[in-house]
Ligand binder design. Sequence first.
Ligand code: NDP
Length: 317
Amino acid sequence: KVVSVTGASGYIASWVVKLLLQRGYTVKASVRDPNDKKKTEHLLALDGAKERLQLFKADLLEEGSFDSVVEGSEGVFHTASPFYHNVSDPQAELIDPALKGTLNVLRSCAKVPSIKRVVITSSMAAVAFTGKPLAPDVIIDESWFSDLAVCEKLKLWYMISKTLAEEAAWKFTKENGIDMVAINPGLVIGPLLQPTLNTSVEPVLKLINGAETFPNITYRWVDVRDVANAHILAFENASASGRYCLVGRITHCSEVVKLLRDLFPALKIPEKCADDKPFTPTYQVSKEKAQVLGVKFTPLEVTLKDTVESLKEKNFF
Ligand code: NDP
């Protein structure tokens, strides 16, 4: 079976490609620059890559760029989208590639009758930012959709990019009769396959790497291997539909620091919070739909251990 993955060099996509190859698929994978070894070497080294991985050059903002990537595929995993914090022009750097890029990929898909399903990597960024107050008894689920006005007020550009892209994807796929499933992960951590540091693993490196304090933040953590697996389950399972929130555990950094100190006492991770404001109220994210799909969430302790060991192995600290 032939499937396509956009943005294959990325952190999550690399795991999607690895698991797809493991499961015997032939993978047509898009990268922006096939000659950039830092972006491709780890993919070409995967088991099965020699026989069943083909790399294509494609850019989200180039019209028709994905035609050859998705041609002849049964499934398309659209993961490419910029994810970083320090942006000077959010429209050009985040929103246009996310929104126009998603429609660009879907327009290519609409031309290919062999495609049975498109799985897009959306985010909790497109779910959780509704302005509704959060409290320990509040359960966020797939029926929530981030509110653009709320995000704009808070200048949450990445959240805006993911919300606009997912909204537009639902509209386009409905109008064009494409079967789509969206995966909405929280903050993804776990071992890296690529040689460079990605945005979502950075907070873990910051906790272990020299900062004197930890931030007063609660994150929605999820393991990258669970996220990649969920993408494939969403394609393989005919009854999968709609969106899937993926959050293994919601935990304040203070709790994560405790876990890391127990796992790695030699690292001497500081125990002091960066401010003395009360910790943000915690809440829940429903796991029900993801579990019905077959996702088994890796315990946070295991994910943290594997993340730190991977960062060490790749000489990030
Ligand atoms: P990475 O930064 O590792 O991957 C992003 C990918 O998008 C890269 O392959 C990048 O290509 C590609 N990309 C960016 N801009 C363009 C463009 N103009 N044309 C073509 N490709 C482009 O991040 P992640 O793996 O974390 O993110 C993958 C997806 O998962 C994104 O859609 C992100 O929004 C989503 N997500 C991530 C979460 C996380 O915590 N990591 C949580 C929820 C959702 P290049 O390598 O060439 O830069």
